[in-house]
Design a protein around this ligand. Structure first.
Ligand SMILES: [Zn+2]
Length: 578
């Protein structure tokens, strides 16, 4: 009867608390390291055990205390990784009544007085054991002054005193303390290892359970042996006959994994009806809508890991095939599903009718599944209209800044004069050319036949070609063309244009073309600036694109979506938007 609590539950977690390190589930690395330290006689004075709740920190601390103080069945044993469990120290420590092994819960003893008590006690030799051992649980909860008091002891620990700290939040433990401890990270126990452990216990306890029921418990425990055993306790107490996945789902309020796989599989194939039916079945079995969505998120996460080349090791055997199948949808689709589920999870949590919100989410997911991914859209566009998404603006190196400086360029600085002349990068000017427009001040006479600009764009390109990016930018943003003929330019300027711009243009044009140019301000109506032209062209491209069926369907699925830029397939860069 000692293993039954008043509610009739068998307290499996207590009954199956490990008695030796070899019984610690899933902590092989820790056991190996401790074993090495013991055999080499290089044991630290202080240990810190960290890990999520229920992974076995306290069990490990007690085992360690036993191992350190075990004297063996004959009373002559040394500290060991295999405490005998029968000697007096082993028995007393196991029962929590050894005078030299003190367990302190820092969560309830946080003051400096407790630390002082400890320090005062540290001065005395152990009463009967080899070591006086302080096990301090949740050590991160200690006050700063308590840490300081503890630190003094840790700096010069007596030979026969050991500290074992346990914490779920290692980051809250001061580095000064940590640096004096040997640290062990207890990992979450993988679900399949946990399932194996539960299966063995079921056999010993004559608990009749389907394999899938056991794996459902193992998954729900999220790596905690203690939680897994408590859940098994509860499940066994609730059900007289065989534990089934349904009974576990019922108890946990979670969907059976098979339900989740069916919902997600159908939704991601665009089968809204199938997904809704599976969702209804899961909810009828007692699954909370929020838990269903959380489970779908978990599946998408695992499938994405697999799609990204990760392993399926953390998965239960029965999950591997369906998760692999989901992974074949590819990272783009899974990532999109993740985003939608994550957002939807919040909606389901806060909705007045969570069930309805979950159904809406599943419908959206199925609808989305029929939409192409951005990569597929680009490919589709490229296939259907090879020449369509081209930049309408010429591929001039675009230097137009969003906010042109208020002051015009002075005479080009000497460095600019010297560098890069005669290396036009602009497209070929519209007029036939015999020589590139070389325009250094001492240019040779034969360059007199340089091409003459006939459009505003030509002029801005000339400026670019002559390493005058600032002037080129000013021309593009501020100049409206009224009239143009060889040697004569009538323009007007937009607000904010530098007054000296017409003069600068005239001077440079004359230099670049070796022809005298006059630039005058006109009252006549000017056209659009080059920047405005480009903007309009880009807008038209967007508008045209928005009329294509593919993009239309995207807009319907993602209200509020906008076309931000258009570029040929495979091209990464887009000129800065104005
Ligand atoms: Zn012993």
């Amino acid at each position: 009867m000692s293993e039954q609590n008043p509610n009739g539950y068998r307290v499996l977690a207590r009954k199956y608390r490990p008695d030796r390190f070899s019984e610690l589930i899933g902590q092989e690395a820790l056991v190996r390291t401790l074993g090495n330290a013991l055999t080499l006689g290089r044991l630290a004075h202080a240990f810190v055990l960290t890990g999520v709740r229920g992974v076995g920190k306290t069990s490990t601390a007690r085992l360690l205390a036993r191992g350190l103080n075990c004297i063996g069945e004959d009373g002559n044993g040394e500290a060991t990784l295999e405490p005998c469990g029968t000697c007096e120290p082993c028995q007393a420590i196991g029962a929590g009544r050894h005078v030299d092994v003190l367990e302190i819960d820092a969560a309830s003893h946080t003051g400096v007085d407790d630390a002082r008590e400890i320090i005062e006690g540290v001065g005395y030799r152990p009463v009967s054991a080899r070591f006086k051992i302080y096990i301090i649980d949740e050590v991160h909860m200690m006050s700063k002054s308590a840490f300081n008091a503890l630190l003094k002891t840790l700096e010069e620990p007596p030979d026969n005193v050991k500290f074992i700290f346990a914490t779920t939040e290692i980051r809250k433990v001061p580095v000064t303390i940590l640096s004096r401890c040997q640290r062990f990270d207890l990992r979450r126990v993988p679900a399949d290892e946990l399932a194996g452990h539960l299966t063995r216990i079921c056999e010993r306890e004559n608990i009749n359970a389907e394999a899938e029921a056991v794996t459902a418990i193992a998954r729900a425990a999220e790596g905690s042996v203690r939680d897994a055993l408590s859940l098994l306790d509860q499940a066994a107490a609730m059900t007289a006959d065989k534990l089934s996945p349904d009974s576990i789902a019922d108890m946990l309020g979670r969907p059976g994994r098979q339900d989740s796989i069916t919902i997600l599989g159908a939704a991601l194939k665009g089968d809204a009806a199938g997904a809704l039916a599976a969702l209804a079945s899961a909810m009828a079995n007692g699954a909370e809508p929020e838990m269903v969505i959380a489970d779908l998120l978990d599946l998408v996460h695992r499938a994405s890991l697999k799609a990204a080349g990760g392993s399926l090791e953390a998965l239960l055997e029965v999950e591997k095939a369906p998760v692999s199948e989901l992974a074949e949808l590819g990272i783009a689709r899974l990532g999109r599903a993740w985003q939608m589920l994550l957002k939807g999870h919040g909606e389901v949590t806060s909705a007045p009718q969570p069930g309805a919100a979950a159904e809406m989410l599943v419908i959206r997911l199925a609808h989305l599944a029929n939409m192409p991914t951005p990569g597929e859209i680009v490919r589709k566009l490229a296939d259907s209209a090879p020449a369509a998404p081209q930049q309408t603006a010429p591929a001039t190196p675009d230097a137009s800044p969003a906010d042109p400086p208020a002051t015009p360029p002075a005479d080009p600085p000497p460095a600019m004069m010297a560098a890069g002349h005669g290396e036009p990068t602009a497209p070929v000017p519209p007029q036939p050319v015999t020589a590139p427009p070389v325009a250094t001040p001492d240019a040779a006479p034969e360059t007199r036949a340089a091409a003459q600009p006939t459009t505003l764009l030509d002029i801005s390109e000339l400026a670019d070609a002559h390493d005058e990016p600032l002037l080129a930018a000013l021309i593009r943003t501020h100049v409206r063309l009224v009239r143009m003929q060889p040697g004569l330019l009538e323009i007007n300027l937009t607000d904010g244009a530098p007054e000296t711009l017409p003069g600068d243009m005239a001077r440079q044009l004359t230099r670049w073309t070796d022809t005298r140019w006059m630039v005058s301000l006109s009252d006549g109506a000017g056209g659009r600036t080059i920047s405005e032209e480009r903007q309009a062209a880009r807008q038209k491209q967007r508008d045209d694109l928005a009329e294509t069926p593919v993009i239309k369907s995207i807009f319907e699925t993602f209200p509020g979506a906008e076309i931000e830029s258009v570029r040929p397939a495979g091209q990464q860069d887009e000129e800065p938007s104005q």
